[in-house]
Design a protein around this ligand. Structure first.
Ligand code: TXA
Ligand code: MG
Length: 310
């Protein structure tokens, strides 16, 4: 198939409404959209990504009414959505019938998100039906933060790409299990545990691996470039012309490429693009500076650890 590039939201809407697959930007990363009630369209998403069928998808909607159409909104779910939606938060809620079965991978819950980027909301409002949108990368690769990265991974495998700006947050949404009375963060993101606790004081981080298994996606290798990633402190930096550095500190001289970020937000925003550029340039090794496991640092540490996992 030929992948159409467009800047027109109306074209993205017509591809989706026709049962096609269309990538579109959100404030976190680009998603690969398809109608969540259309089994063939959902199947095409799994195939394009090479995604394991046991890994369920996030359903994107424009507003609370859209959430209500696909899920039962629990008390904690309502509190979280009122505080952080639209935004980089995904809530896991009891699912209502009607979604293509593959969306939830057989679970009785569904993950739902209202993105904040205006062009994404515009598409979702106009489609007026739930849209699945996993990150628009080949399974296992870093999530795409630019339309060019989507094209690099999925050219010829999807119907269209809505070209938008590079994404602002740069890492995927915080996923919170809100189907239970004391919510659990299954995937850390830019909405931090402290922020979540400001509206749900009982919330906690998922600790146990078994519990992580509840968010099937966290079981798989993820977010990884081809280059070998190591997470290091500045004092352990080993400069090498074959290696790239990314971090908050300026490293010793000698790296083939250096990305110094101004703060944690900037680090998160630039991480995946740095991974992808390193791969394009044939870099063998990436050293990523370790960050404190706190606030946005928790999400960043999680992605670095996964990218470094072998
Ligand atoms: O920022 C984001 O969340 C991006 C943008 C495009 O919205 N999307 C994204 O989707 O990262 P994806 O499919 O790459 O990650 C979805 C995560 C996976 O870890 C998946 O296992 C988890 O959400 N998930 C989906 N449904 C779930 C459910 N019912 N229970 C627990 N975890 C679920
Ligand atoms: Mg993903």
């Amino acid at each position: 198939m030929t992948t159409t590039l467009t800047r027109d939201p109306a074209e993205a809407v017509s591809v989706l409404e026709g049962g096609g697959t269309c990538a579109f930007p959100t404030e976190t990363v680009y998603g690969l959209g398809a109608l969540a009630r259309n089994p063939a369209a959902v199947k095409a998403v799994f195939e394009a990504k090479g995604r394991p069928s046991d890994n369920p998808l996030i359903v994107h909607v424009a507003d609370l009414e859209g959430v209500e159409n696909v899920a039962e909104i629990t008390n904690v779910g309502r509190r979280l959505l009122e505080a952080f939606a639209p935004g980089p938060l995904t809530v896991v809620l009891p699912a209502r019938p009607g979604l293509a079965p593959a969306v939830t991978a057989g679970l009785d819950t569904v993950a739902v998100r209202i993105p904040a980027l205006e062009v994404a909301l515009e598409v979702l409002r106009r489609v007026a039906a739930p849209v699945v949108a996993p990150s628009a990368n080949r399974s296992g690769r870093p999530s795409p933060t630019t339309w060019e990265a989507v094209l690099g991974d999925l050219d010829g495998r999807i119907d269209a790409i809505l070209q938008g700006p590079p994404t602002h947050v740069g890492i995927e949404s915080t996923v919170v299990d809100a189907s239970i009375a004391a919510p659990v963060v299954l995937r850390p993101g830019s909405v931090t545990l402290d922020q979540i606790r400001s509206v749900c004081p009982d919330a906690r981080m998922s600790g146990l691996e078994a519990e992580r298994g509840k968010s099937p996606g966290t079981r798989h290798r993820h977010y990884a470039p081809r280059a070998l990633v190591t997470v290091v402190a500045l004092k352990d930096a080993r400069p090498d012309i074959e290696a790239a550095w990314i971090g908050l500190s300026a490293p010793p001289a000698g790296y083939g490429s250096v990305t110094v970020c101004s703060d944690l937000e900037d680090y998160a925003r630039r991480l995946y693009d740095t991974f992808r550029r390193a791969d394009a340039d044939g870099v063998a090794r990436i050293e990523a500076e370790r960050v404190e496991d706190e606030g946005l640092g928790t999400a960043l540490s999680d992605r670095l650890r996964r990218a470094a996992a072998r």
